[in-house]
Design a protein around this ligand. Structure first.
Ligand SMILES: [Zn+2]
Length: 361
């Protein structure tokens, strides 16, 4: 069983990184399921998370930890560390640099302007950079990428049988929050059989905090709404003698995948901020190739409509998942998809030619 104590480094009060697991609620290494059960019932840990986030114990219980655990278990170790840094606000920021600078004893103390300068957002919007700032920074250097991420999540939701009214609500909420770091929507939506559930989920997510949604801390009520939807779909298929729903369809699977997409989006947007910070540095060969491959991947996903239905399996993996692949996988996929695209173009040419010939006979 893990030890839930934590040590601190000398410079600030942040727990050191090897103790991520303690506050992650899930261990980085061993049996995630067991650890989360343990963590959920470990009072000092809940107290820490509640204090850090200004949550009441009730708010803590509103969060779907079980689906988060399922997602966390599915990702490799290197990614777990990145995600831990995201969810605990341990990513490096201007505000953190400023705190660090102020804690230093200097022979010649800095003036306020110097502290202000170090805390600035690297995308140069003029604001001090606090942890989730890069998600809604007005100077986002690639606003198209935010839109692409949101569309990727929307496509995934449609494909996985998500309760129809949930899709526009979640997409609208995410888009609205990403525009300014708060939710400003006055909800008016058509009444459907789950509208009470949706109102409850929105209220609970507000209580948890929408910025936590982008860390994968979602209200359990979203998951419960989806469970009701899968039950409905399943019953409908029985009633109509249709093939059953895929076996892996469950609300826990759905929520874990939603969390996965949303967290990948946050990490992707973080990378844009990092690129702005390091824009003057020379990239190594791998990163240069990676950037070039990502540009190709973006192009293919944007041209998805040019492919035939039978090719959809090549674009089945959501964009947000594809871009987390290493260079060799990205390269192999880019080569395949380009060949398929070329082949389709040839087939179309030949088919059109036949059509013209047949019109003369
Ligand atoms: Zn900014």
């Amino acid at each position: 069983m893990p030890q839930y104590g934590y040590s601190t480094n000398n410079d600030d009060s942040l727990p050191v990184i090897q103790d991520c697991s303690n506050y992650q609620l899930i261990g980085l290494t061993s049996n995630v399921k067991e650890e989360i059960k343990y963590a959920m019932n470990y009072t000092p840990l809940q107290t820490y998370v509640c204090q850090k986030n200004n949550w009441t114990p009730d708010t803590f219980q509103l969060t779907d930890w079980s689906s988060f655990a399922r997602y966390f278990k599915s990702i490799p170790m290197a990614k777990r560390i990145k995600v831990s840094k995201l969810i605990h606000d341990w990513q490096n920021t201007g505000a953190q640099k400023e705190r660090f600078a102020r804690s230093h004893n200097r022979k010649e103390p800095w003036n306020e302007d110097e502290y202000q300068a170090i805390s600035q957002c690297p995308m140069q919007c003029g604001e001090s950079e606090i942890p989730p700032h890069y998600l809604y920074c007005k100077n986002n250097l690639k606003p198209d990428e935010t839109t692409r991420c949101i569309r990727s999540i929307e496509r995934w939701m449609k494909k996985s049988g998500t309760h129809k009214p949930l899709i526009p609500i979640l997409i609208k909420a995410m888009t609205n929050w990403l525009a300014n770091g708060k939710l400003t929507i006055k909800w008016k939506f058509a009444h459907d059989e789950d509208h009470e559930g949706i109102t409850q989920a929105l209220t609970e997510q507000q209580q948890i905090g929408w910025h936590h949604f982008f860390k994968g801390r979602i209200s359990k009520t979203w998951t419960e709404i989806q469970q009701r939807e899968y039950s409905r779909q399943s019953q409908h298929r029985i009633d109509t003698n249709d093939v059953p729903l895929p076996k892996h369809y469950s609300s826990n699977w759905w929520a874990a995948n939603l969390i996965k997409q949303v967290v990948f989006m946050s990490l992707n947007l973080r990378q844009i901020r990092n690129d702005a910070l390091h824009s003057d540095k020379v990239m190594n060969e791998y990163n240069t190739q990676h950037r070039s491959l990502l540009t190709q991947v973006v192009t293919w996903y944007d041209r998805m409509h040019e492919f035939e239905n039978e090719d959809s399996k090549y674009l089945h993996r959501p964009y947000l998942e594809r871009i987390t692949d290493p260079n060799h996988s990205l390269q192999a996929w880019c080569i395949s998809i380009e060949r398929i695209h070329t082949m389709n173009a040839h087939i179309r040419e030949i088919t059109n030619a036949r059509d013209i010939r047949s019109s003369f006979t």
